[in-house]
Design a protein. Structure first.
Length: 463
């Protein structure tokens, strides 16, 4: 068996629970019976579905024990509330470890930047990080609870939909390094005071920062001064990335071609050039953000640059595929994981900077959670589409109808109320040499369109 992450006695001590049955050792922690690995502690959370009903499946998959709030078969630790117990387990994991901890939030790019930082940590010693987008009131304590005691460095993603959600998670992580990638009109329908409310919510990440911590902030963002004020009030030292002369890490140039890019920057007065596997223009600043965070976590710059050079786009976040069709092939750029006004504009700029043998085509589905100004946000995409020299736009969803109406007829590729109805029209229109970017919010089914276009490939080879 691998080294124990938790013993049943450890779990009982951390949670104030009662160990029932034979002692056990757990090598991992899971909240999903379908994803249990042999040796895991299965945490039976209650919510829309009661996790206790899935303990037999977890046992069958090899769970070593269960964290439960009512008696179950087999070895378990009994607690009054399994979510609070998971939080306590996470806090115990934090307290027993000497790991340097970073926390990342932001309206755009937090998952990609978190994983880029994790790639750098992997080259510098024993490390730990969030998986996927485990950034909420369950994902953060779960990530903490999974952290081995010998971890040297760890990075956590923290997200929110409303005010007062980041603060308790930051206090749970207690980061030495706090990162805000940027702030923009995301989840804005949940904030009566609009984007300013979003900025204040993001500033909650400093509520848990350790004394003499480091705040990594985007100086190009309009809310930089507000965030810096909050960070300094919490006792943090501010380091900045951006395009201005006063930044600690200043972007000089970003050039993308053929699935890769080169960056020129000045970091603490030193000129630097390095490659990336990313083509999105936003990755110029993202990479500088990651470099400053890794520097604050005492990762050697050469290690950090090597990690960034090999860090490929995450699924739905700029991954490219060469799709072979009759007569040739087109390039599919999959940005379907999520969308908001900031990331849309960045995606258009990226597409506009690319050399194309054929046409530049965008396929867009609704941006969600934008509140009463949603139609204006969608219609406002027409100008950056034109500035990027996009040839055709295909739109799906009731909100995207506002963009469709704002587009000149020469740029209208096709419109449908539902994403599923649009995919066949794009498939019929695409030609060899085209650059096709698919982008939209998770809930508006952009990923289904990306999958349908990828399935056109007659070979299945990826770029």
């Amino acid at each position: 068996m691998a080294d124990a992450l938790w013993t049943s006695a450890d779990i009982a001590a951390a949670t104030g629970g009662q160990a029932v049955g034979a002692p056990f050792e757990a090598t991992g922690v899971s909240i999903d019976s379908r994803a249990v690995d042999p040796g895991d502690l299965f945490v039976a959370l209650t919510g829309e579905r009661d996790g206790h009903a899935f303990t037999p499946g977890a046992r069958a998959a090899g769970a070593a024990g269960v964290l439960a709030s009512k008696p179950v078969d087999g070895p378990h630790v009994l607690v009054p509330d399994t979510l609070k117990a998971l939080e306590a387990l996470g806090a115990a994991a934090r307290d027993r470890s000497l790991a340097l901890r970073a926390a990342v939030t932001g309206s755009v790019g937090k998952t990609s930047v978190t994983q880029a930082i994790a790639a750098g940590l992997a080259g510098a010693g024993r490390w730990h990080s969030s998986v996927k987008s485990y950034n909420n009131h369950i994902g953060v304590p779960l990530t903490l609870a999974r952290m081995p005691w010998a971890t040297e460095r760890a990075v956590f993603e923290i997200g929110m939909n409303h005010a007062d959600e980041i603060s308790p998670l930051s206090k749970m992580v207690r980061p030495e390094v706090a990162v805000v990638t940027t702030v923009g009109p995301v989840h804005i329908e949940n904030f009566p005071d609009g984007e300013e409310g979003v900025a204040r919510a993001k500033a909650e990440i400093f509520d848990g920062i350790e004394p003499d911590g480091v705040a990594v902030l985007n100086a190009d963002n309009r809310w930089f001064d507000m965030l810096a004020q909050h960070a300094r009030a919490a006792g943090a030292r501010v380091v900045s990335f951006g395009s201005g002369e006063g930044c600690d890490a200043r972007l000089v140039d970003f050039t993308a071609a053929h699935g890769a890019a080169s960056v020129r920057a000045v970091i603490h007065g030193e000129a630097l050039s390095y490659p990336l596997l990313q083509t999105g223009v936003h990755w110029g600043l993202n990479s500088l953000c990651a470099l400053l965070a890794l520097e604050a976590m005492r990762v050697d710059r050469a290690v950090a640059l090597e990690a960034l050079a090999g860090f490929a786009p995450l699924a739905g976040r700029g991954a490219e595929k060469t799709v072979r069709i009759a007569g040739g092939a087109f390039t599919l750029i999959d940005e379907s994981y999520n969308a908001n006004p900031i990331s849309m504009v960045a995606a258009f700029k990226t597409l506009g900077a690319r050399q194309a043998r054929g046409r530049r085509i965008v396929v867009l589905t609704d941006m969600l959670e934008l509140g009463p100004d949603a139609p204006a946000f969608h219609a406002g995409l027409a100008a950056p589409i034109e500035a990027a020299n996009v040839d055709l736009a295909f739109c799906a969803g009731p909100m995207m109808k506002s963009l469709w109406d704002a587009l000149p007829p020469t740029r209208r590729g096709g419109y449908a109320e539902a994403a599923a109805d649009l995919a066949p029209r794009i498939a019929a229109a695409v030609e060899p040499g085209d650059l096709v970017m698919v982008k939209g919010s998770n809930g508006s089914r952009a990923s289904a369109i990306a999958a349908a276009l990828a399935a056109l490939d007659v070979t299945g080879e990826t770029a």
